[in-house]
Design a protein around this ligand. Structure first.
Ligand code: GLN
Length: 545
């Protein structure tokens, strides 16, 4: 029998509901309970693949090739698991299914309505996830804020699920904000009260309230919230600001969250084992030194656009006990004023992540050239892989105006071409080369030293690739391709053996990075940056002497 924990949000969005959900999962799995997590996104998009990162942050790619909300990254990182496409339920997906069913006459003459037909479809999809994986606990996160019109059918469906499964098997956790007014420093409970009232209006009484606050919730605030929201004082959890999101499970567990949940779900209590996790946090908070990495991106104002890249760098940093400082360089600024590249003179490594479109691409190419010519460790991912080839083609092979077909259809030297199977595709959503694909690494290469094996598998998200016509030219000039996929047809890793550390991947290694198991490519990059920093420091020492 599957138990359910429904995580709703109140007051405003961006409270870190995804982290809270993942942290609840971590608390339970640390007690040996099998946990699965799914997410409801109440927007009409079928999936977030076509959404602007400015609105939605990064697009996460699942192993099975689904473009998902970035919260899936939190789930996979906290729970060290891999979650599939069926775990994301959107309004778009639900309506598509219902409307297709209606056209096929599946409703047998009935008037098709939000209740019961849409709500039934929502429940069917959630029950299906529970049936297939059969976890002890299925956590369901509902995106958006209680009170939004678009989340109504979902909340109604979850309310029905509580009745169908019994109160003792379905728990509601409500995540809200408790603001502090600076002038008086008082913790204000009214927004939470209102949002709980809103939830009750839909027929849902939350069992646990998790409050995001700047500073720990005062005992008095907890008492007040308990009284007004009709929960026990132990059911009010302080989720105040901490240094790293990975501390959140410990923070909640220290307030009795795990025991509380198990008691409410009538599950047998098991002692938690967060010892190893606590040690990891302890190490993480006491780094022995730091490393500076420059990231050249297009949406650098909104750090969520590159959240998995940043996490992967941090994970690699934890492995060598170094704090990672990031210098963000906006590619569009760099494109407009190439002199800004000198800002990168002090970093220990340069990273160009995935991206799309012309705007800003010349700025990225400028940065890549700087890394190559100045022997600064370079890591390119997807777009950063393709642009490294473009830069090399222009400035080493002397192919003037070489480019990717994506950026200039009429380039005389299309060193990056569209994937042949992509040529006929007209529909945009979910049609890139997506998901985990096996890759073969050549022996006696940097790639092989990094992975320690020839057979790897990594996640992809792209439409363009290295044009095979140019491979020989590249390799003769010192940029070699050391990993391939699709029977050797597709280039997956490039490196410059003569460089201090220059490696780029067509795939996205960041999606497989975990806090205690960094992605090999990131670990190697951060280690190279560490060496670079050390050589620089010794040089400086010598000059002083
Ligand atoms: N725009 C490039 C492509 O479609 C790179 C994609 C990416 O970086 N994810 O191939």
């Amino acid at each position: 029998m599957v138990n359910y924990i429904m995580v709703t949000g109140g007051v405003l969005s961006g409270l870190g509901k995804g982290v809270t959900t993942a942290a609840i999962g971590k608390i339970l799995s640390s007690r040996g309970i099998s946990v699965d997590v799914c997410k409801i996104d109440p927007y009409l998009n079928v999936d977030p693949g076509l959404m602007n990162p400015y609105q939605h942050g990064e697009v996460w790619v699942t192993k099975d090739g689904y473009e998902a909300d970035l919260d899936f990254g939190h789930y996979e990182r906290f729970l060290d698991t891999e979650i599939g496409r069926d775990h994301n339920i959107t309004t778009g997906k639900i309506y598509l299914t219902v409307l297709e069913g209606e056209r096929q006459g599946r409703y047998l003459g009935q008037t098709v309505q939000i209740i019961p037909h849409v709500t039934d479809e929502i429940k069917r999809q959630i029950y299906e996830i529970a049936r297939i994986n059969n976890p002890d606990v299925l956590i369901v996160e509902i995106g958006g804020t209680t009170g939004d019109i678009e989340s109504m059918p979902f909340l109604e469906a979850l309310r029905q699920m509580r009745r169908e499964n019994g109160k003792e098997n379905v728990l509601f956790v409500h995540v809200t904000l408790v603001p502090t007014l600076d002038a008086v420093g008082e913790q204000k409970t009214k927004p939470t009260q209102h949002s709980v009232k809103e939830l009750r209006g839909i027929g849902i009484q939350p069992d646990i309230i998790v409050c995001r606050t700047k500073t720990p919730l005062l005992d008095e605030t907890k008492g007040k919230l308990a009284l007004f929201c009709d929960v026990g004082k132990l059911d009010v959890i302080s989720n105040h600001d901490v240094e790293s999101v990975y501390e959140v499970p410990l923070l909640m567990e220290s307030q009795g969250m795990g025991d509380n949940i198990l008691a409410k779900l009538n599950m047998r209590e098991k002692k938690h084992d967060l010892k190893e996790w606590s040690r990891f946090i302890e190490r993480m908070k006491n780094p022995a030194g730091e490393i500076d990495i420059g990231i050249i991106g297009k949406y650098t104002d909104l750090k969520d656009s590159y959240i998995s890249i940043v996490e992967a760098l941090r994970h690699a940093g934890y492995a060598i006990n170094k704090k990672i400082n990031i210098t963000w360089v906006e590619s569009i600024d760099l494109e407009d004023s190439p002199d800004l590249v000198e800002d990168l003179a002090t970093v220990d490594g340069i990273l160009v992540p995935g991206g799309f479109g012309k705007r800003g691409s010349e700025g990225k190419i400028t940065a890549i050239r700087y890394a190559r010519e100045n022997n600064i460790p370079y890591l390119g991912i997807c777009f950063g892989f393709q642009l490294a080839a473009v830069e090399f083609a222009r400035n080493v092979l002397g192919l003037e105006n070489a480019n990717s077909i994506e950026l200039n259809e009429n380039t005389p030297h299309p060193v990056i071409d569209i994937l042949p199977e992509q040529k006929e595709i007209k529909q945009m959503g979910g049609t890139m080369r997506l998901g985990e694909i096996p890759v073969t690494v050549d022996k006696d290469t940097m790639a092989y030293r990094i992975y320690g094996k020839t057979d790897i598998a990594e996640r992809h998200r792209h439409r363009f690739e290295i044009n095979p016509r140019y491979i020989e030219q590249f390799e003769n000039a010192g940029m070699i391709f050391t990993a391939r996929s699709d029977n050797g047809r597709r280039m997956e890793i490039l490196e410059i053996p003569d460089h201090f550390h220059f490696l780029a991947t067509q795939f996205h290694p960041e999606f497989k990075s975990r806090p205690q198991r960094p992605a090999p490519v990131f670990e190697a990059f951060v280690k190279a940056a560490e060496r670079k920093r050390e050589t620089r420091e010794t040089k400086r020492e010598k000059i002083k002497i």
